[in-house]
Design a binder for this molecule. Sequence first.
Ligand code: IPE
Ligand code: IPE
Ligand code: MG
Length: 245
Amino acid sequence: MPDAATLQPTDDHSPFHVACIMDGNGRWAQMRGRPRLVGHHIGARRVRDIVKACPDAGVTHLTIFAFSTENWKRTQVEVAGLMRLFRRYITHEAKALLEAGVRVRFIGDRIRLDDRLVRLMDDLEMLTAVNSKLNLTIAINYGGRDEVTRAAQRLAVEIERGRLTHKDVDAECLARFLDTRFLPDPDLVIRTSGEARISNFLLWQSAYAEYEFIDTLWPDFHADEFCKIVKGYSTRARRFGGVTA
Ligand code: IPE
Ligand code: IPE
Ligand code: MG
């Protein structure tokens, strides 16, 4: 396991937010002649390993893309299997997450999710609210455009009710209406499976994120590769539109 001190990009107390687009589960299974859902199940195991590795790697925030607003287009069998897997993951992992000091929160629109899943999500958020070792955010029925649209709707309601005026609306104000209002922007976004696109993930928040697109399929993405990428990030010069000396 790499030494945490060598991985911190700035100082020991600064947040370090890594976001993962967990892609390639289906192809991993299909390459082995197995149903796509097998890939999703193995993929969930990788989440467990990576969550465990985060604190020692200096990662304070981990956000994972589990299901997009576009993923409803998949077959009913795959969608239902994924929803079952999310329920199972929450039920089986709750105790371990609590004991490991992980605070779990969910982003995305819950309106389309089944009540049983939403209840488990709410309970896990409440159960782990006391934790602070790692902030794990799971994106389910999440889409960047959908999130900004919902934020704009809520903002419009505040204006209609006279609690805000158009002059109050700046980037900071809008960000307070996003699902991610409790999160720092991601420092590093990793996408597995060789696709070099962001597929509607954290559009607003990733304005200055570093990106890593890697060929590994998510079920083959182990903690050691994750830690190596995190370590490599600390050598990148981020300018945020300015210049470095
Ligand atoms: C990512 O893996 C997981 C979800 C989108 C739910 P995919 O299911 O997209 O796997 P590929 O891209 O088809 O291999
Ligand atoms: C992005 O992967 C969504 C998740 C990882 C949950 P997709 O597999 O759905 O994205 P596209 O279709 O390749 O853009
Ligand atoms: Mg995919």
